[in-house]
Design a protein around this ligand. Sequence first.
Ligand SMILES: [Zn+2]
Length: 326
Amino acid sequence: MRGWEKVSDRQSEVVRFLVNSYHKNRLVHAYILEGAKGVGKLFVAKNFAKMLLCESEDKICGTCRSCQMIENEGHVNVYVIRPEGNSIKKEQIQTLQSEFSKMAAENSAKVYIIEDADKMSVSAANSLLKFLEEPMKNTYALLLTENKQMLLPTIRSRAVILSFKSLPHEELIKQYCEAGVNQYAAIVASLTQNLDEGIKLAESERLASLIDFVLKTEDCFVKTKLDPSILFMQHQDLFKEKDSQLLYLKLFMIYYEDVLRMKLGKTEQLAFRLYPSSLSTSEQANTTTSCLNKLRALLEAEKRLMANANVMLCFDQLFLEMRGGF
Ligand SMILES: [Zn+2]
């Protein structure tokens, strides 16, 4: 199908469903697009808007003014909302509502896309709910999320859920290797399904440094007994950006998921497969329960960072919890 090529193999069911619904005039007012990072949710959401607004008879052309403006997020009928800072705020939903109600008389389709819809604050979600309860004519909501369970049940019940398929892990690793990502292919595959994004990440110095820092921190816990907070202060440059802070936590979670896999004997699926001796030291130093507790501490730290907690305090608390072994 023209315009859908990039995802039509892996997400064929979603694509077919949307295109058929469009041709049969059976589109509904709200869809939830659920799937792992990098599976093509935003691409499909923009294509949905292009399908409705493309100026060419031969949809989706990708080159007309409408298609281009949708692609660049400049089309007045297509509104994209994503977290500002770490959450989607009520004001963002209200701005959307007032923009769209100004255009209510206009006949052409209006689409709003909410990326990371699970990051809506409670008041934002409630504003959206009102919007969904009384949908305007020819207006469509596309809510993108990695986990639909994080959305309010009242929102879920008003939308059609489209589940995106992930590539099997080993297949994804193979694709990364074919794309030239060798050393960190298994780790990058645990971070994103989006090859372009993963390749960019693998090429950045940041990834290598953060992986190294995860291993160094873990050494503090299991070998050297040094205080990781001191190490952290010495490497503050690495953590200037919130992205890097979050990526570090994510990598540490992947590391501890590996330690758990070792405990279960599932060694063929390890992301940190290049570091067998670190993993086996960690496996010996931890019980299953302490692994789970560390994963929980990492998740809590992620939540605190998202809520804009003081970075140093946040990591101090994390290290204290991880070192305590509970
Ligand atoms: Zn077009």
